[in-house]
Ligand binder design. Structure first.
Ligand code: FAD
Length: 452
């Protein structure tokens, strides 16, 4: 938890990207729970094969032009260096996962390079020239189709009689082939959303279509040296209460009372502020802020496990092809490999970090426990047409409330605010953190130096 002393007192609950950027904005108004900050708390430093130390960001927090305009402008303002990052994505499926006692057979069907930077694509081991060429041609056509649709065929929006179109319905409407959806599109999009395939099919189609259209052909970037650089810039001078978890936020008269519990001593404390900004996931908001307890019940969250390990034996065999065929450009970091390995319901992501460790997120196959060096669990907020509707009602003053309660709480009521990657009508990514922080700044009439 961070508090910002200024002419008005403001407490911010949560020190992820949204909490830190909001704290920075408020503290630098020109007119006026953890042992560490959490933005970088899951990341770690490892030695690479040459013995040099390298920072491994957990989660990766890559971003792309087109979608992350506010994030890029903020990084540029702070002089945070970021660089283009290419990726190689081998797509594999587990073929006999359910047969007890047998080692699962992994079949790699295609090796995609981000923005087709590697052309022609690498041919997976065991794939004949004919199957490889047919697969490449088929994927090229399907991909061009979904990109064209994302630009020209808009998803159906919600109205008073029906919810917004889901991606499942949109894919059927544009006749996107099932084989492509199941084996390629859901795996790659679930790398962006880290959720099982069925949950992704239930996302509002507009989220995926909008992300697809905005990022098509645009490069990916990562922060050079890791997001600790961002954390350092944003947190300078903040008064942070480490190891304190907010347990209740409530209005007391014209003020807002924040009550917290110290994780180490177990003691509780509370203080009155002019404003409290909650920069936490919706499940936490429900627990600490009673007025949203029932409304936020429709916003699903899931726990996403990530393992940093050195179990190289579980990497698919296609790696021999990738190792031999990968092309690096002078002056740019080598392309990073992210293996997408799917079963019938979900995809695991195995990122071979250049530092020599492997990060497996949402594993569907076992990892040798003796080779695991670090485990983290993240909370991911998912989207559905219903959660989209509730989010709009809370954050968009123009949307009429349908909760049947005219006193439905809206962002800013009683000087209590919400920011975070889920606090906007779009994909739950870092851009949502900045967009929601900027909205609070605007409402509080605070000028943000990098905002347009
Ligand atoms: C595996 C994975 C990979 C991802 N990759 C990307 C990516 O490449 N690009 C991208 O844009 N996004 C990515 N995301 C999404 C992105 O990282 C998150 O959406 C974003 O970091 C959320 O930031 P936030 O500040 O809204 O919330 P959080 O980061 O969740 O921060 C909230 C913080 O509040 C703290 N907290 C919780 N309860 C309390 C309490 N009671 N009191 C005080 N503090 C509390 C928590 O410790 C937490 O750290 C990824 C997410 C995951 C899980």
């Amino acid at each position: 938890m961070a508090s910002v002393e200024s002419r008005q007192s403001v407490a911010i609950v949560g020190t992820g990207m949204a909490g830190l950027i909001t704290a920075w904005i408020i503290r630098n108004d020109s007119r006026a729970s953890k042992k560490t900050l959490s933005l970088d708390s899951a990341s770690l430093t490892v030695s690479n094969l040459a013995g040099d130390k390298q920072r491994v960001d957990l989660p990766m927090r890559a971003f792309a032009s087109g979608f992350y305009d506010n994030l890029k402008r903020m990084y540029d303002y702070f002089g945070i260096e970021y660089g283009k990052q290419k990726f190689i994505f081998p797509f594999s499926t587990v073929e006999n996962e359910t047969e007890p006692g047998r080692r699962p057979k992994i079949h790699t069907s295609f090796i995609h390079s981000s923005h087709t930077h590697q052309f022609p694509p690498l041919r997976p081991q065991g794939s004949t020239w004919l199957t490889w060429l047919t697969e490449a041609l088929y994927l090229g056509i399907c991909y061009l189709w979904i990109v064209s649709c994302s630009i020209f065929i808009k998803p159906i929006e919600a109205n008073s009689s029906r919810p917004s179109e889901t991606f499942r319905q949109y894919a059927a409407r544009i006749r996107l082939p099932q084989y492509f959806v199941k084996n390629y599109y859901l795996p790659i999009m679930s790398a962006v959303t880290t959720c099982p395939h069925n949950a992704l099919l239930d996302f509002p189609a507009i989220d995926i279509v909008d992300y697809q259209a905005k990022t098509f052909g645009k490069p990916h970037y990562t922060v050079i040296g890791g997001v600790s650089k961002v954390q350092d810039k944003l947190s300078k001078g903040l008064n942070v209460h480490y190891s304190s978890a907010a347990i209740r936020v409530e209005n007391v008269g014209a003020k807002v009372q924040l009550t917290w519990k110290n994780d180490i001593t177990g003691s509780t404390g509370s203080k009155l502020f002019d404003h409290v900004i909650m920069a936490v996931t919706p499940d936490v908001v429900r627990a600490i802020f009673p007025p949203l307890r029932s409304a936020l019940a429709v916003i699903p969250t899931s726990t996403v496990p990530a393992y940093v390990h050195r179990d190289f034996d579980r990497l698919p065999k296609c790696n021999q092809v990738v190792n031999g065929g990968i092309r690096s450009e002078p002056g740019l970091p080598s392309p990073e490999r992210i293996h997408l390995c799917s079963n019938s319901s979900s995809t695991e992501f195995t990122h071979e970090h250049l530092s020599s460790v492997i990060i497996t997120t949402s594993p569907i196959l076992p990892i040798d426990p003796s080779k695991i060096e670090h485990t983290v669990f993240f909370t991911r907020t998912l989207r559905t047409p219903l959660s989209q509707k509730v989010t709009k009602e809370i954050f968009d003053p123009k949307t009429s409330s349908d909760f049947g309660d005219s006193k439905q709480w809206r962002n800013g009521d009683g000087n209590i605010w919400l920011v975070g990657s889920w606090c906007w009508d779009g994909m739950v990514l870092l851009e949502g953190c900045i967009a929601s922080a900027l909205r609070v700044a605007e409402e509080l009439d605070i000028e943000v130096p990098w905002a347009l």
